[in-house]
Design a protein around this ligand. Structure first.
Ligand SMILES: *Cc1c(COP(=O)(O)O)cnc(C)c1O
Length: 228
């Protein structure tokens, strides 16, 4: 399968999931996750109309973003160490993986240098999996309040990486939970906080995520092929 036809197939499936869920397809953006894939594959996807890409590793992202010819929009979606934030400044338009105050403060400090504000999502560890990053549910509200006070970051919603389960239907409760948490936060009307984005769903479960309200689906292997 080519990247072009993979992308077309994904777009068709996004469209169909939106119809099923009675949602506007314009409210769902496809983040093409290009980690470990070379720059020319990103250019090929860009030629096929894909404009938004997600990367996980800072070093790899820096090298590749230099090599990619197309003008594309980057989101950072991987776990992030504070000492690497400086490399992302002015290069990414959204960071999906903010899960602690110290990281948010460093993002704030870096973007302040250019006088800009960056959109971020708060990542939640829904499965309470020890190996995964993400803030715990019971710490969420306080984290959101503290991050909201930082002038150079803007909270736009929530992100989660639920457990991998073979049957995507079994992931549905996690997606539902993320949406409910966003709705709850929205009702608090915390100044500067907008719960408009739900980043959830990957290659094998993005349709269920869309049915549950995803606005950003992060799809890698279904576009670029397996990474292993
Ligand atoms: C790798 C990755 C994806 C994409 O996974 P696929 O199964 O290849 O679609 C999505 N989100 C995050 C955070 C990832 O690390």
């Amino acid at each position: 399968m080519s990247i072009q036809s993979n992308l077309q197939h994904i777009r068709d499936r996004i469209q169909a999931a939106c119809v099923r869920a009675d949602r506007n397809p314009e409210d769902v953006r496809l983040v093409a996750v290009s980690k470990t894939k070379p720059a020319d594959m990103i250019d090929t996807a860009a030629e096929a109309g894909q404009t938004l890409f997600g990367e996980n590793y800072v070093q790899e992202f820096l090298a590749k973003s230099e090599e990619v010819n197309a003008s594309v929009d980057w989101h950072f979606i991987g776990s992030l160490q504070s000492n690497k934030v400086k490399y992302l400044r002015d290069k990414v338009s959204m960071i999906h993986s903010v899960d602690r105050l110290s990281l948010a403060k460093e993002i704030n400090r870096q973007w302040k240098k250019s006088g800009e504000t960056v959109d971020i999502l708060i990542q939640i560890n829904l499965g309470e999996e020890e190996t995964k990053s993400g803030t715990e549910e019971n710490a969420l509200e306080q984290l959101v309040r503290e991050v909201a006070a930082l002038p150079h970051v803007r909270i736009r919603g929530l992100m989660a990486l639920p457990p991998y389960l073979d049957d995507p239907e079994e992931v549905r409760p996690f997606f539902k939970r993320l949406r409910q948490l966003a709705e709850k936060l929205d009702k608090l009307h915390i100044p500067g906080v907008e719960m408009r984005e739900l980043s959830m769903g990957m290659s094998h479960d993005f349709e269920v995520a869309i049915e549950e309200g995803a606005t950003l689906v992060r799809v890698g292997s279904a576009i670029f092929g397996s990474r292993y």
